[in-house]
Write a protein that binds this ligand. Structure first.
Ligand SMILES: Cc1cc2nc3c(=O)[nH]c(=O)nc-3n(C[C@H](O)[C@H](O)[C@H](O)COP(=O)(O)OP(=O)(O)OC[C@H]3O[C@@H](n4cnc5c(N)ncnc54)[C@H](O)[C@@H]3O)c2cc1C
Length: 468
């Protein structure tokens, strides 16, 4: 066995939480190693959030070209060059990589390229990317191994070699007819982008509606968006069998909720049906780290695992699967290491779905309020009412907010419209600080901005019923 190298801290996975822990402890003078098998900086800058938004933006440019005459710009010849779309994305990813490497150098946290697994308590063996092995022992261990696309056990699915987001972001051609399994966040973002590049796209969703965890008006609006962009949506069907190979010809047999099934055919297949944690093959049991039934690392609200001195953060710890949450997991651990007390329970979990226009939500949805028996007052305005949207010719969608029926606290916000994610931020602050909605309603906001829509939105909150 190789000699055991001693570190103050060893981090497995350089994702959003792991890299910040590494940089933070490294800058504080600790001896830190961050083990990463492939993507320095994790999924977000390499294969997930940022490259997908980059490609989505190229698709937006294509949509502007398609609509150009509406804006008084006479169209010349134009076409989509997917190889260049990919190159543009790669340039951004490479720039981000350089920033990450510079942060490692500056903080003096060592990045160790290779695949890590436990060989004992707080001891990891790394199969180095360029050959050989190292064994690292840490006073503290931080696990940040993330998740990957789940490939369901459907006969023929693995054999069809479907695309996941990783390969879809590397396409240098426009698929002729892309079938997408999954009408959730990732599926819909790719559906719209690829459609805008010129693919025929069919989204296959097993639930009765798209983004089924959101309110029905959000699902309906997204379904209408798909329809208007020429994306076929099939809901309420289970894929029972896959035949063929993605990139050539694929056939899906399905069964519907009433038993009857349809057959769908396309040239390419993208799987976007859910995530699975990267927790197998790292011998967590040798380190005394327990997992949940679904394979996530078991943690308490301070992100401590069942093994003393071992923490888990981000997706692999079952935290809501967003980069900003993985970042907050880092802050929770950082605060606790400094002797303060911070927990994950009760924190805000805002999120966006980056279709165009986007969906943004924080706090309670109407469905959740109803399920939990929470009485609310509803304010809802069409995006048309936000005058900035008219100047942009982007009037699709709505803003809505739930305000308590007992006092003026804001309980939740959902936006489907241009800039919804940006409009959400001040509402989030109001929710967090317990500001009454009237403060947003009465704010002087610059005209014409999208955020100005908050004045209109909160002006429509029904008055409190006088208590009997
Ligand atoms: C297509 C797509 C788009 C998304 N868009 C958004 C978005 O717009 N906004 C948002 O907030 N979230 C988005 N997400 C979710 C977001 O990417 C994740 O929630 C986030 O990246 C999780 O970060 P993490 O730190 O937990 O793990 P990751 O960033 O996945 O990092 C884990 C790292 O561990 C490494 N690793 C794993 N096992 C080992 C091992 N044994 N040895 C060495 N290294 C290992 C992996 O290579 C990886 O680099 C998106 C996800 C996808 C797939």
């Amino acid at each position: 066995m190789s000699t055991i190298e001693q570190y103050d801290a060893v981090v497995l996975g350089s994702g959003e939480s792991g890299k910040y822990i590494g940089w933070h402890l490294g800058a504080a003078g600790k001896r830190v190693a961050v083990i990463e098998r492939k993507y320095v900086g994790g999924s977000c800058p390499n294969i997930a959030c940022l490259p997908s938004k980059n490609v989505i933006h190229s698709a937006k440019v294509a949509s502007y070209f398609r609509r150009s005459e509406e804006f008084g710009i006479v169209k010349g010849d134009w076409s989509v060059d997917m190889a260049r779309v990919r190159e543009h994305k790669r340039e951004m990813v490479d720039g981000l990589l350089q920033t990450h490497l510079a942060n490692f150098a500056k903080s003096k946290a060592e990045i160790v390229m290779g695949s890590g697994r436990f060989v004992g308590e707080r001891t990891l063996e790394v199969a180095l990317a360029d050959g050989g092995k190292r064994v690292l022992q840490g006073g503290m261990i931080f696990l940040n191994t993330g998740t990957r696309e789940r490939i369901d056990a459907i006969p023929g699915l693995t054999e069809a070699a479907p695309l996941t987001h990783v390969e879809a972001l590397e396409l240098d051609r426009v698929p002729k007819h892309l079938l997408i399994l999954g009408g959730g966040y990732i599926g819909l973002e790719f559906a719209q982008a690829l459609r805008r590049f010129g693919s025929r796209v069919t989204v296959v969703e097993r639930n009765e509606r798209l983004v089924h965890r959101e309110d029905p008006d959000v699902s309906e609006a997204l379904e209408q968006l798909c329809k208007d962009e020429g994306i076929d949506v099939v809901t309420g069907v289970q894929v029972t069998r896959v035949e063929g190979k993605s990139g050539d010809h694929v056939r899906l047999d399905t069964s519907g909720s009433n038993g009857a099934g349809i057959t769908l055919e396309g040239t390419d297949l993208l799987v976007a049906t859910g995530r699975t944690p990267n927790t197998e093959n790292i011998e967590l049991d040798l380190a005394g780290v327990a997992t949940t039934e679904r394979g996530y690392i078991q943690v308490n609200e301070r992100l401590e695992t069942t093994a003393p001195g071992v923490w888990a953060l981000g997706d692999c710890a079952g935290s809501p699967h967003f980069t900003h949450i993985a970042f907050d997991d880092f802050r929770v651990v950082r605060e606790n290491l400094a002797g303060r007390h911070r927990v994950t329970t009760g924190r805000q979990v805002p999120f966006c779905l980056f279709t165009d226009p986007e969906v943004a939500r924080v706090g309670l949805s109407e469905s959740e309020a109803k399920q939990q028996g929470i009485a609310y007052r509803l304010a809802k305005i069409p995006m048309m009412g936000v005058l900035r949207s008219r100047t942009l010719s982007e009037t699709r969608g709505f803003l809505k907010a739930l305000v308590s029926a007992e006092d003026d606290r804001i309980l939740g916000f959902t936006g489907f419209g241009v800039g919804a994610g940006e409009i959400m931020a001040p509402v989030q602050l109001a929710i967090k600080t317990g500001l009454p909605y009237t403060e947003l309603r009465d704010l002087i906001l610059t005209h014409p901005t999208l955020a100005e829509g908050l004045v209109s939105l909160f002006s429509t909150v029904p008055a409190l019923r006088p208590s009997s």
